[in-house]
Write a protein that binds this ligand. Structure first.
Ligand code: XIL
Length: 379
């Protein structure tokens, strides 16, 4: 069956109303492979620590069938790779890269520099008992990029170089030791070091809420400054940890348009659509204590009407991304299925249902809605 043919067929067969029923009955092998469905539009990826023994064979089959790109959820982060200065740990990243290559999956390196103090090992900012100088922090950044991006040169095709560097508040950069010790050009330096370590790699700036009216101007300022100074950057990663009933469609569209006007591509890098609202817990650790008091709403399962709403909203999101397919190069889901989602643990323990496959590895209504949306929009 040709791609075109399958697309047409699915658009006739699948309607949102039928999606719930179909999801229950579907055999995983009988549904279209997402990576094929979207082949002419953008890459479809997933975050998963694919290591021997980490996933069941059924999960690996699901992953390889639907996704063409894989991001390690944690193992390439600085505190995992270099927990102490110079003590690099590459066993897990090496195994991950080997698995991805053996299964013809593209790899996203996530991430070189997560620019929050609580996500950075303390040694990075110290010189003995004293705070490290700008020169020492930059030297460590350069060495880290060389050791990690350099090690996988030509194998890891793109890197989230700087993660979450922009402020949620009034400042431009998030107040942190990254900024206070290394200086206001710390993000640019990160990109220069990454480029030096692997000149072929695609370099991504990755952050949450950068589509919002508060953060978008900072993102655009960052991109303009990069352009003016000749600093390398290829892609903006909008994380996309959105919530049911609150996807900021208009802001997403404005951001895609504004970024692509500056000659930079967009990727949705960490997509999920949690059904248990979490408010603004991520902005302020204090608020997480409030969140802890919240009940586990959907521990017994996600109600069909919620699944249906989620399907409709995922479909609308993909409709928007397809409209801008020329500017969007990848959509990556943050987890293979609901049982493998960080939303079950963050910002408080609960049973969330934010992804497109359920805990039994079955496609949810959202899966069918996305596939149908895509088929409908094909010429
Ligand atoms: C999360 C992982 O999913 C969790 O397993 C881990 O405990 C914390 O980090 N933004 C990012 C990702 O860039 O790296 C985060 O991943 C989710 C938010």
């Amino acid at each position: 069956m040709t791609h075109q043919h399958r697309g047409g067929l699915w658009s006739k067969m699948i309607s949102l109303a039928a999606a719930v029923a179909l999801a229950g009955a579907a055999e995983t092998e009988n549904v279209p492979a997402l990576r094929d469905v979207f082949k002419d539009k953008f890459d479809i990826g997933v975050a998963a620590e694919v290591l021997p023994g980490n996933y069941q064979p059924e999960e690996l089959a699901l992953l390889c069938r639907h996704f063409g790109v894989v991001t390690p959820e944690n193992d390439l982060k600085l505190h995992h790779v270099q927990p102490r200065e110079g003590a690099f740990r590459f066993e897990r990243p090496d195994a991950f890269v080997a698995f991805a290559e053996a299964h013809h999956l593209k790899i996203v390196g996530h991430n070189l520099f997560w620019m929050r103090d609580n996500e950075t090992p303390a040694w990075f900012f110290k010189d003995g008992d004293q705070p490290a100088s700008r020169d020492l922090v930059l030297k460590r950044m350069r060495e880290h990029a060389r050791a990690v991006a350099g090690r996988y040169r030509g194998r890891i095709a793109c890197w989230d170089v700087a993660n979450e560097a922009l402020s949620d508040g009034g400042e431009f950069l998030r107040p942190s030791k990254w900024q206070s010790l290394a200086g206001d050009d710390v993000v640019e330096q990160a990109f220069r070091f990454a480029h030096e370590a692997d000149p072929q790699a695609k370099l991504i700036y990755n952050d949450y809420s950068i589509e919002s009216p508060e953060k978008r101007p900072k993102l655009l300022r960052l991109l303009r400054e990069f352009k003016a100074r000749g600093a390398p950057i290829h892609v903006v990663g909008i994380q996309g940890h959105w919530e049911l009933d609150a996807i900021p469609f208009a802001d997403i569209e404005k951001t895609i348009e504004a970024v692509s006007q500056l000659g930079v591509k967009v990727a949705i890098t960490e997509l999920d659509l949690g059904v248990v609202r979490r408010g603004e817990a991520w902005m302020d650790a204090g608020k997480q204590r409030e969140a802890l008091k919240k009940p586990d709403l959907y521990a017994a399962g996600c109600p069909p009407d919620v699944l249906q709403r989620q399907a409709e909203q995922y479909a609308r999101l993909f409709q928007l991304l397809l409209k801008h397919a020329g500017a969007v190069e990848r959509v990556t889901f943050w987890g293979l299925h609901d049982g493998r989602s960080w939303l079950n643990d963050w910002p408080w323990k609960r049973t969330d249902h934010g992804l497109i496959f359920d805990r039994r590895f079955q496609p949810k209504p959202a899966f069918f809605a996305i596939a149908a949306e895509t088929s409908c929009s094909k010429p």
